[in-house]
Write a protein that binds this ligand. Structure first.
Ligand code: ATP
Ligand code: MG
Length: 406
C-alpha cells in the first residue's frame, strides 16, 4: 500500500537512504494518515546516528542529541529525525535513565507506547507493523506494545495518553491495557502537572470530552489535582459531560464546561494546580461567575455583567448557560447585542469623566476618588444617558456634599 507523505518527508527519507541507512516515517503520522486524519507533525526514525544525519543536511537543529534527535529544517518547517533507540531502565517512573542507539527498527518500535503508534512506513517497504497496529486501528483499539503493566510502570504519562487517544480517535481501551491503568494509577503522581494538564486539555478539546470519565473509572482522577475528582461526580454522568462537545474547541471554554458546577474560586485552584496559564484560569473563573449568577433579564444587570467580563468571557458564560438548557441565554444575548449597538458605557474607561477631571473638580486623591468613579459607573450602568461630562461632574460634586446625592 502506498501512503501519501509530504514532499519534504519523502526528500528527507530519500536522502538518508542514499547515504546507505534506513529511514521511515513513524508513530503518530503513520497512524493518522491511515485513519484519514491530517497528522500534526511528521517524525522520522533512522538507523543513522545523529552526527551522520547532521552531516547529510544543510540546515539542522540539535534538538536532543543525547536522545538521538536532530531537527531538519525544510521549507521553513521542522522535521524530527531520531536514531533507532532502546530505552534504558526507567528509575523514576517517567524517563529512561539512559538511551542506547541500535541499528534494528523493531527494537525502536518496541519502545513505543501503543500498537497504533508503533508502525513505520516508507515507500520502499510499505507499512512495517510488528505488533498488530493495523488490526487494532481497524478495530478501534488502544493496546500497549508488550506487557501493559510494565509499560505503564516505565512511564506513567502513558496512562493518560491511553485515555486521551481513546477520546481523540473514539477507540476502546483493550482489556489488559485498561486493567493495567487501574493497577498503576497511583504512578500518575510521578508525572509533572504540566504534562498531566496537556493530556487532559487534548482530551477535552477532542470530539469525545465525556471520555474524561475514564479517568474516574480507572481511578486516575484521584491523582490529578485537588478538586478534580469532585468535578467528575455529576449524577447525570456521560450525558452531562458529553454536552462539553457542544462548546467551541477552545481551552478556556472546554475547561469551563468541565468545571461548570464548581465554585469559580475552587475551579481556579484546580486549574492552578494543573499549571494552566493565567489567562485561561481567569477566563474560566469569569465564565463560571457569569454562568452561575442568576441574571434578571434587564439591561442594567447585563451592563453590570459586561463591566466585569470581557466579550470572550461573556460568550463563554452564555454558552455554559445554554448548554444546560437555561432558556434565558438567547434573551441575554439579544440584550447584550442591543447594548453593544447602542454603544452604552460599560467600563470606567468609557466613562465621560476620569480621575483627572474629578481632581480638577475638587475631589481629593486617594480611596475616595476610586469610590466616586465606581459609583458614577454604577449609576451609568443603570442609566446610560447619565454618561455626560456635565452630569457626572455634577453628580460627583453632590456626592461630596451629601450621601444621598447618588
Ligand atoms: P500527537 O502528536 O497527536 O500527540 P503522537 O502519537 O504523534 O500523537 P507524540 O507525542 O508526537 O504523539 O509522539 C510521537 C510518537 O512517539 C508516538 O506515536 C509514539 O510512537 C512515541 N511516543 C511518544 N510518547 C511516548 C511515550 N510516553 N511512551 C512511548 N512512546 C511514546
Ligand atoms: Mg506527534
Amino acid at each position: 500500500m502506498k501512503m501519501t507523505m509530504p514532499g519534504e518527508v519523502e526528500w528527507i527519507i530519500g536522502r538518508i537512504r542514499e547515504h546507505g541507512y534506513e529511514a521511515f516515517a513513524v508513530g503518530g503520522c503513520v497512524r493518522d494518515t491511515l485513519l484519514g486524519r491530517k497528522p500534526e507533525d511528521w517524525d522520522i526514525t533512522t538507523s543513522a546516528r545523529p552526527e551522520a544525519v547532521k552531516a547529510m543536511f544543510p540546515r539542522t537543529v540539535d534538538t536532543g542529541l543525547k536522545h538521538g534527535t536532530v531537527t531538519i529544517i525544510k521549507n521553513k518547517k521542522g522535521y524530527e529525525v531520531t536514531t533507532y533507540r532502546i530505552d534504558g531502565e526507567y528509575l523514576d517512573g517517567r524517563h529512561p535513565d539512559s538511551v542506547e542507539f541500535t541499528a534494528n527498527l523493531t527494537e525502536d518500535l518496541k519502545r513505543r507506547d501503543f500498537t497504533i503508534n508503533a508502525m513505520a512506513y516508507s515507500h520502499e517497504t510499505g507499512i512495517v507493523d510488528e505488533f498488530g497496529g493495523m488490526e487494532d486501528l481497524k478495530n478501534g483499539v488502544i493496546r500497549c506494545v508488550g506487557l501493559a503493566k510494565d509499560r505503564f510502570s516505565e512511564d506513567a504519562l502513558r496512562l493518560l495518553r491511553a485515555i486521551r487517544f481513546s477520546a481523540q480517535l473514539d477507540f476502546a481501551i483493550e482489556k489488559e491495557t485498561y486493567q493495567a491503568i487501574y493497577e498503576i494509577a497511583p504512578n500518575l503522581l510521578k508525572v509533572s502537572r504540566e504534562r498531566v494538564q496537556t493530556e487532559l486539555t487534548k482530551l477535552l478539546l477532542s470530539a469525545h470530552p465525556e471520555r474524561i470519565l475514564l479517568t474516574e473509572e480507572t481511578g486516575l482522577s484521584s491523582y490529578v489535582a485537588p478538586g478534580f475528582p469532585e468535578a467528575l461526580k455529576e449524577p447525570e454522568g456521560a450525558a452531562w459531560y458529553g454536552a462539553i462537545a457542544s462548546l467551541p474547541a477552545e481551552k478556556s471554554m472546554r475547561w469551563a464546561g468541565l468545571l461548570r458546577h464548581r465554585m469559580p474560586k475552587q475551579a481556579a485552584e484546580t486549574l492552578k494546580a494543573l499549571k494552566l496559564d493565567n489567562e485561561t484560569i481567569g477566563n474560566v473563573q469569569k465564565m463560571l461567575e457569569g454562568a452561575q449568577m442568576p441574571l434578571p433579564l434587564e439591561k442594567p444587570e447585563i451592563r453590570r455583567m459586561m463591566s466585569r467580563l470581557t466579550p470572550y468571557q461573556m460568550e463563554g458564560a452564555l454558552n455554559l448557560k445554554a448548554m444546560d438548557g437555561d432558556k434565558t441565554a438567547p434573551e441575554i444575548r439579544k440584550l447584550w447585542n442591543e447594548i453593544l449597538e447602542a454603544g452604552d458605557c460599560v467600563s470606567l474607561k468609557a466613562l465621560a469623566v476620569g480621575g483627572k477631571d474629578l481632581i480638577e473638580a475638587g475631589i481629593e486623591r486617594g480611596p475616595v476618588l476610586g469610590e466616586t468613579l465606581n459609583r458614577l459607573l454604577e449609576a451609568v450602568l443603570k442609566k446610560p444617558e447619565l454618561n455626560t461630562r456635565e452630569t457626572l461632574l455634577k453628580m460627583a460634586g453632590e456626592r461630596a456634599e451629601g450621601p444621598e446625592a447618588l
